[in-house]
Design a protein around this ligand. Structure first.
Ligand code: WAQ
Ligand code: MG
Length: 255
């Protein structure tokens, strides 16, 4: 069967004299069979042109044929959810799950060490807020491994296997489970931490092959547009370039 990758990004030119720049409005990507290309393409254009972030004056749609043999099919991570009373509690639960995984010294699991790692993780999270992609953090060395720190790394070329959906609007959960499943399967990946940057979307998640996909129903206040992603990686398990190559190039469909 023939598959095609479709990618859309839309932006708006902001004319603020010295500060003139392209403001990102919307982006989407799919991997679909030949018979869906046209419908998905027009749905993407609709999504771009009806976005609440603004009216785009530039829309780029890229369509590439993908060799079926180059596609890896992955089983979606199992999903669980944690209900919390408020954002603070949600963040706490997320840190509780992730902090022990950051401990590279397998013997010392001391309370002091875990507290240090928790503070580190909080600081890293703040650094992701202005980024368009994810932070790639090496738990073995404490270094950031993104080739471009401002942009971060982007996971791309992925979709749900059975999504016939040509809906114009974003389903946060459906897109996130696909991304998280691909990321969890990248070489050397330890875990992922995610908060949406959408001011109206307060549910976030932590994920790994062992944890599965753990939805945490509130991780920030409504109206807050600070979000980001951290990919925790272990350079003792794989080479950073292999991990980045997988995230950016490998075609993945999630079942
Ligand atoms: N690769 C790497 N990082 C990304 C990507 C990508 N493809 N897309 C977004 N990011 C980074 C970027 O820095 C964003 O600011 C941040 O992640 C959040 O992205 O179960 O909507 O698309 O209901 O706002 C979670 C769903 C939704 C939880 C997450 O993220 C649930 C979401 P957003
Ligand atoms: Mg967003």
């Amino acid at each position: 069967m023939d598959y095609y990758s479709l990618k859309m990004r839309a932006s708006q030119h902001i004319d603020e004299g010295e500060n003139a720049h392209e403001q990102h409005i919307s982006g989407a990507e799919r991997i679909v069979t030949r018979d869906s290309v046209e419908a998905v393409c027009s749905a993407m254009v609709r999504r771009a042109m009806t976005h609440s972030k603004g009216d785009p004056d530039f829309i780029n749609v890229k369509i590439e044929k993908v060799n079926e043999n180059d596609i890896q099919i992955l089983k979606a991570l199992p999903v669980t959810r944690i209900d919390v009373d408020n954002a603070e509690q949600g963040l706490d639960r997320a840190f509780d799950l992730i902090t022990p995984l950051m401990n590279s010294e397998s013997v010392t699991d001391s309370a002091k060490k875990l507290k240090e790692l928790r503070i580190k993780l909080q600081a890293l999270l703040r650094e992701t807020f202005p980024m368009r992609g994810a932070m790639l953090y090496d738990i073995a060395t404490g270094e950031r491994l993104e080739p471009d720190h401002e942009r971060g790394v982007r996971a791309t070329y992925m979709d749900a296997l059975h999504s016939s959906e040509v809906d114009g609007c974003k389903n946060h959960f459906n897109e996130a489970i696909v991304l998280a499943t691909k990321v969890a399967n990248a070489p050397g990946m330890v875990a992922e931490f995610c908060i949406s940057d959408d001011p109206n979307y307060v549910t976030g998640y932590v994920a790994s092959k062992e944890l599965g996909y753990v939805r945490i129903m509130k991780m920030k206040e409504m109206g807050d547009e600070n979000g980001g992603r951290i990919f925790l990686f272990d350079s003792r398990k794989a080479k950073a370039e292999d991990c980045v190559e997988y995230l950016q190039k490998k075609k993945v469909l999630v079942d």
